[in-house]
Ligand binder design. Sequence first.
Ligand code: PEP
Ligand code: MG
Length: 654
Amino acid sequence: MKKYMMKTARGGTAAGTVYRIRENCGCRNRRPESPEYETGLLKKAAEQLRLELSDSANRATGESRSILEAEIMMLTDPSFLSTACEMVKNGDMTAEQAIIQTGIVMKERFSGVSDRYMLSRTDDITGLVENILRMIRGEHREKLEKPSLIAAIQLSPACISRLDLGMIQGIVTEKGSPVSHVSILAGDCGIPYIYGSAEAVAAINNGDRIIIDDGTLIVDPDDETYSAALEKMSRSARREAPPTEAPECSRTPVFANAGSLNDLRAAVRQGADGIGLFRTEFMFLDREDEPPEEEQYGIYREAASIMGDRKTVIRTMDIGSDKRTAWLQLPDEKNPALGFRGIRVSLDHEHIFRKQLRAIMRAAVHGNFRILLPVITSVWEVNEALRIINDCERELTESGIPCKKPGVGVMIETPAAAMIAPELAEIVDFFSIGTNDLTQYTLAIDHEEESLDRHYDPCHEAVFRMISLVCRAAHKQGITVSVCGELAGSEAAIPRLIRSGVDELSVSSSKIGRTRTNAAAAEKELITACIGTDIASPADGRLVLMEDIPDKTFAAGILGRCFGIVPSNGTVYSPITGTVTMIAESKHSFSVENEEESILVHVGIDTVKLGGRGFEFRVAKGDPVEAGQPVMDADLDFIKKAGLSTMMIVVRCS
Ligand code: PEP
Ligand code: MG
């Protein structure tokens, strides 16, 4: 039995047998290891490819068989592998870089010839190089036959999405980061994940029995320790079962992040208000061919059935950076996080973008969808995307295919987007702040880079200032702001997010209950800070600080200390238990009193002008009411159509 202390990306306990993943699964842009290590990778990849090709050649016939045999011949040509091995000898090249360089050298040899057959060999070299890269990166199908703990040097989202996540009990890697996408996926599925010790990972072999217990790894535990860990694991599984008791209800809606249809089902089970971020790329990383429109339509159609009328924000594919796929060959970049990803890929590969948009818009007829565009930095990108969206809608309509164009929003996940939020707010329907990338780009820190953990501060002042700026710009245009990065589920951050004016939070399903409780506590804290007492908010929606209320009398506190609410629906509740002591003649306000408090609720600004239209009371003056009991219904659309603000003001009169 050996114990190692590691770093925790996702906490929890797991005990079981190990499935050892091939080295460096799908990870790019790494630094060279020792020459022996790199040579080993090259040899292992070449051998694995040889076996795969031989297997396919044995099953193939005719022309296909000849092509495969030609590829095997090139691969087993001793000069091919030895050229690559020579290149890694000095320790300044990775196996991947060496294989790419070898391909270039080989192609140069053929470039002078005029023979068409020989020239066509250069295409075969490209194919061979891509296949070896695929092997080195572990981009081949791994199969978990039974529930297992995964061990690897490093994992990529593509690699992990090739596995059945339901079979993964825990993850141990040498290289990792608590804010990587692998970590986010692990968190979404409640999988404990530790990283950070080369020695520990080197000590684990396929089939070993191990225990992960928060930051500790135990390899080959004795029977007693193993049984205790199994017992702890099943206790925490029982705790994480769907909530039987509703968590404290926050006025801030709490949505779920999802990367698959199963995640949507989990979100519904956990009582999410909807889906705030559907990362569609996760469903398509693990494949060789581009996903056809019909297949995508099937997925979104199913998403609509699962979610019913709950709002579902579908983000168009954010491929690139660490999220690579075999069916879309992107350039090998020095800085993939600063390269082709998100909207850049979609606009450059418009045919792929169109397929996804058409599939979403066809399925939108059956659901309550929104479209979200990732990694925006400029207004022109959004305008171009909007033009394509409109074009797809026109095309579908003209072909008589039922479709619906959902509202379109943008991810605010680059400092550029945050700074031009006022301009973006004029052309889109909502914002969703991706704090994972916003932090990485603002702090100039690769969020996959473990050695920078200490500098990666998601609660950095610069990030919060940008969030405030984005909220102000959005609300000025009357659009909403959601936060869908990991910060949305952070207990430390939620009070600041609510204070900044964030309208919605979107977190992994496993965090919904806790996030609601934390948001409810933050709302209480804010209300108490505004009016000096702790009362229930009389409406669902975003809280507004007294000084930000767009009415001088209220903002100056002339009627008493107060706060505002931007209501998300028209139901108005009693803020305290007491008696209804006043209902205004024009029905736009009422008061509730008890021995300690007198609270006035004013629905809308200047709504006295409406002469009672748009308001319906469920109680009468003199009636006793409980805190949280619905007392009136306001027709928010009617108020808006009259050109008035629907903001509710809650004043503490005593
Ligand atoms: C983010 O950047 O915060 C985000 C939610 O997007 P992703 O994590 O998918 O890049
Ligand atoms: Mg992002």
